[in-house]
Design a protein around this ligand. Structure first.
Ligand SMILES: CC(C)(COP(=O)(O)OP(=O)(O)OC[C@H]1O[C@@H](n2cnc3c(N)ncnc32)[C@H](O)[C@@H]1O)[C@@H](O)C(=O)NCCC(=O)NCCS
Ligand SMILES: Nc1ncnc2c1ncn2[C@@H]1O[C@H](COP(=O)(O)OP(=O)(O)OP(=O)(O)O)[C@@H](O)[C@H]1O
Length: 203
């Protein structure tokens, strides 16, 4: 265990394949810290972020099961930047604290820190030894998200509009995974990067 692990920041637009890539890094033996998963834990029934969300957004955003109503919140924040900032102001400091805790507790050659807004927020960049972008055509992103979640095209496009443009994300990358092919193509790229990252982390 190390208090200052070697960290790869993994990012990409919605549906680009961050989870598919980080699952493979996990299988290879990296520790995976996923800020989307942390956000879900914070907003599950009994989650630490719910009191502040209830206070700022009202009871209507909490479902009958006591968890955040994700459909209602998605509709609210991706149509309204000010509302999105209010939600982020509640969640991002809590996500960051838990991500730091998990990184420090990691027991692996290195950590893959999955952050959808890695480039946008600037909060995590200085913690990362390397920035890895998972990339594919925007049309492929939209199609994959629609078929995974049943969201309408306009909803996916509204989320993409809240994210940095593809070219700017790619310009910030040290490494890029091209996820426009099949999963085997993705896995081969992850396996090659894993070998490089193990070497770099051991130096
Ligand atoms: C609005 C919420 C409830 C919608 O939930 P939903 O289940 O539809 O999405 P999920 O959490 O699985 O996120 C899926 C993807 O949406 C995109 N996304 C999520 N939050 C944001 C955001 N604030 N800005 C831009 N894109 C975002 C990312 O690509 C993410 O990978 C949820 O996304 C949320 O709580 N967002 C705020 C927290 C946040 O900023 N998370 C990003 C990780 S730091
Ligand atoms: N190379 C691929 N070939 C086919 N399907 C893929 C490929 N990569 C990912 N997918 C599928 O596309 C969808 C989006 O992938 P994934 O969930 O990994 O993306 P993500 O970037 O984590 O998404 P989000 O931004 O919503 O968290 C999933 O249903 C996944 O199974």
């Amino acid at each position: 265990m190390s208090a200052r692990p070697w960290i790869v920041g993994l990012t990409g637009g919605i549906g680009s394949g961050k989870s598919a890539a980080s699952d493979r890094f996990g299988l290879c033996g990296a520790a995976v810290v996923d800020t989307d998963q942390i956000a879900r834990q914070l907003t599950a029934a009994g989650g630490a972020a719910l009191p502040a969300i209830r206070e700022h957004f009202g009871e209507a955003l909490i479902g009958a099961d006591g968890a955040l109503d994700r459909d209602a919140m998605r509709a609210r924040v991706f149509d309204d930047p000010a509302e999105r900032q209010r939600l982020e102001a509640i969640l991002h400091p809590m996500i960051r604290a838990e991500a730091d805790r998990q990184c420090a507790a990691a027991d692996a050659p290195y950590v893959v820190l999955v952050v959808p807004l890695l480039i946008e927020s600037g909060n995590y960049r200085q913690r990362c030894d390397r920035i890895l972008v998972v990339d594919c055509d925007e049309a492929v992103q939209v199609a994959r998200v629609m078929s995974r979640s049943g969201l309408a095209r306009a909803q996916v496009e509204a989320i993409m509009a809240a994210q940095i443009p593809r070219a700017e994300r790619l310009a910030a990358a040290d490494d890029v995974i091209d996820n426009s092919g099949d999963l085997e193509h993705l896995h081969r790229q992850v396996d090659a990067l894993h070998a490089r990252y193990c070497d770099a982390a051991a130096r």
